[in-house]
Design a protein around this ligand. Structure first.
Ligand SMILES: [Zn+2]
Length: 312
């Protein structure tokens, strides 16, 4: 059952859309019709808003263009919070699904750095097809609510323009269990530029050249769970927790052996080939580790089987 507050907010958005186009409409009449459509006739919210908007456009002789032009502000997906709004989005096509209705041309997920949302391109919108992994400006699309979830609909007043922009997706929290099969270059005791924190090679920052650096400890490693590989980054705290070697201990090893690479050898001995259970945030390329622990090989195999079953 759609609550009265919901009806009120839908009514407000219709009123403000027409007000933006310079037309005053009667709110009480809109509320009455929304209740009738949504409660009595079980029409989805977005559809109800469209029906009433179309009726008001006829009543007040307002054209679609007048309304659309005023309303389609560029928004982020994370800001979408109600049905029946005209918006524009810059987003990347994350996934395409099989369209289950003959009225639907394409359906799937689009995302930007603030969130991911379902999208539907209706056949009668008459648009070209979008491709997975590509980014587009979705202009004048309508937010809708279906089964309690928000989505965006592409209709014949919408426009889809491919854009040459890297749209980032929101970071994903994941858990991975696997063997650390490799440690990449620029791991262990490294030096960072004191101005930009970039990793320096032989005292040189790629941006600032020869500057003062400071020591840091990190590992870029490759975790293999048998099905995929993950590039993980372990920070000072992660490494200390696993091996007992923190930054202070690492600096001491380097001083005693007069060899910064000695730290890398120590860490390789302690970590390579071991099974790890890792929680972290998956970015575009690297899995940034929040928590990590050793796990026995037998336990790792058992956990992996459970994870596989969950996926099926
Ligand atoms: Zn720098």
């Amino acid at each position: 059952m759609v609550k009265d507050e919901k009806i009120a907010s839908l009514a407000d958005s219709i009123v403000s859309r027409f007000r933006n186009a310079g037309v005053e409409v009667e709110r009480s009449e809109i509320v009455k019709r929304l209740k009738l459509l949504i409660h009595e006739f079980k029409v989805p919210e977005g559809e109800a808003v469209r029906t009433i908007t179309n009726w008001l456009m006829k009543e007040h002789e307002v054209s679609r263009e007048q309304l659309v032009e005023k309303e389609s502000a560029l928004v982020k997906i994370g800001d979408i919070n109600k049905a029946g709004e005209w918006v524009s989005l810059k987003a990347r096509v994350v996934q395409l699904w099989d369209a289950t209705s003959p009225n639907v041309s394409q359906v799937g997920l689009i995302g930007d750095e603030t969130g991911i949302v379902k999208f539907v391109i209706w056949v009668k919108a008459g648009k070209g097809e979008v491709e997975e992994g590509k980014s587009y400006l979705f202009k004048n699309v309508v937010t809708d609510s279906f089964g309690g979830r928000l989505q965006v609909n592409v209709n014949r007043f919408s426009e889809i323009v491919e854009i040459d922009e890297e749209i980032q997706l929101p970071p994903k929290e994941i858990e991975v269990v696997g063997a650390l099969v490799a440690i990449q270059q620029n791991s262990a005791l490294i030096q960072r530029c004191s101005e930009c924190r970039r990793v320096m090679t032989k005292g040189i920052c790629p941006v600032h050249g020869k500057v003062k650096g400071y020591d840091d400890l990190r590992i870029k490693g490759v975790l293999d769970d048998g099905a995929s590989i993950y590039e993980i980054i372990l920070n000072q705290d992660n490494i200390k927790e696993l091996t007992g070697i923190g930054l202070d201990e690492a600096v001491k090893i380097a001083h005693e052996t007069l060899d910064r690479n000695a730290v890398l050898s120590e860490l390789k001995k302690a970590l390579l080939g071991r099974y790890l259970k890792v929680d972290g945030t998956k970015g575009e390329r690297f899995l940034l580790v929040k928590h990590v622990e050793f796990i026995r090989e037998a336990d790792a195999k058992e956990l992996l089987e459970e994870l596989q079953e969950e996926l099926q």
